[in-house]
Design a protein around this ligand. Structure first.
Ligand code: HSE
Length: 315
């Protein structure tokens, strides 16, 4: 018999990966939100509860609600869904808080309906949530959250996604300064045109990063983790960015950059030991800044959103 409720884990994500603004992203293994979904006879989406953060309960104002409504609009199912969100990723953190909610909502609902939609179609629905959150329907967070691993968004219209090989040794270290930076604001400050010279360097890096990942050439990965377009602008909003970068690279990071639209920053490393070493170095830098922060060391999630065994708490 088809289950009518489930619990799931929706991972945090690092979008952009330095050179790949709006096109590259990866899913983290141990950082994310939990959600509980239950099919209801009443049509539509009911956000029953959000714990951990203060977020709207109106379905059309909540990213999970908007994403689930987009799926229901394309489905034959006549009922609705109730959603409960246990938020552990702070909105405005730069590690895909809205994407986790949107991706979790559509993945869970699709499971409960017997999987009528493909992962790629789910990305399309989840992008509606991203549009509500940031004013732009980008897919570089929701794609890795739903497909797992590292993803490339070749195009959003029409949607064309590719899975990128992720070397097993690849690990991430994320430092999240506890200041809120809205993606919509971090997008407004960007220039809309770039000099050709910068474009050439950037697409050289995107090609280099993808090739380095597929061939597990960590030297090439390291040289390609560079962003000459977005980072020079956005890094000004992140206290201590240059000092963090210097120490991360000194500690052996393959590369260092802004996670999504910030304020979180990330480093990629070859192996977990290096990731922990980078974490200690970042911790030392930030200890003197007077800004509360969290540091996560994580592998890359192969799976993206996944079901949890625990009993749903919707009553
Ligand atoms: N690519 C998006 C941006 C990701 O950088 O604005 C937002 O998390």
């Amino acid at each position: 018999m088809q289950a009518t409720r489930l619990s799931l884990f929706a991972p945090a994500t690092i979008a952009n990966l330095s050179c790949g603004f709006d096109v590259l992203g990866l899913a983290l293994e141990g950082v994310g939100d939990c959600m509980h979904l239950e099919l209801t006879e009443r049509p539509g989406v009911e956000i029953r509860k959000v714990s951990g953060m203060d977020l709207p309960l109106e379905a059309d104002k909540n990213v999970a609600g908007v994403a689930a409504l987009a799926l229901l609009a394309k489905s034959d199912y006549k009922g609705g869904v109730a959603i409960e969100i246990d938020k552990r990723i702070k909105p405005g953190s730069g590690i895909g808080s809205s994407a986790a909610s949107s991706a979790g909502a559509v993945w869970g609902l699709n499971q409960l309906l017997g999987s009528p939609f493909s992962p790629e179609q789910l990305v399309g629905f989840a992008m509606k949530g991203e549009e509500l959150a940031s004013g732009a329907a980008h897919a570089d967070n929701v794609a890795p959250a739903l497909l797992g691993g590292i993803t490339l968004v070749r195009s959003t219209d029409p949607l064309d996604l590719a899975r990128v090989h992720c070397p097993k040794a690849l690990h991430a270290c994320v430092l999240h300064p506890q200041i809120e930076l809205k993606t919509s604001d971090a997008r407004k400050i960007l220039k809309t045109t770039i000099p050709l010279k910068l474009g050439i360097r950037q697409w050289g890096n995107v090609g280099g990063l993808i090739t380095g990942l597929f061939t597990e050439d960590f030297g090439l990965i390291s040289r390609s983790l560079e962003d000459g377009i977005i980072e020079p602008v956005r890094s000004l909003l992140i206290p201590g960015f240059q000092a963090l970068r210097e120490k991360a690279l000194e500690a052996g990071a393959l590369g260092f950059g802004i996670s999504g639209s910030g304020p979180s920053v990330f480093a990629l490393t070859h192996g977990p030991e290096k990731a922990h070493k980078v974490a200690r170095a970042l911790d030392e830098v930030y200890a003197g800044f007077g800004i509360p922060f969290e540091i996560h060391v994580s592998g890359i999630s192969r799976q993206g959103v996944r079901a949890l065994d625990s009993t749903p708490i919707i009553t």
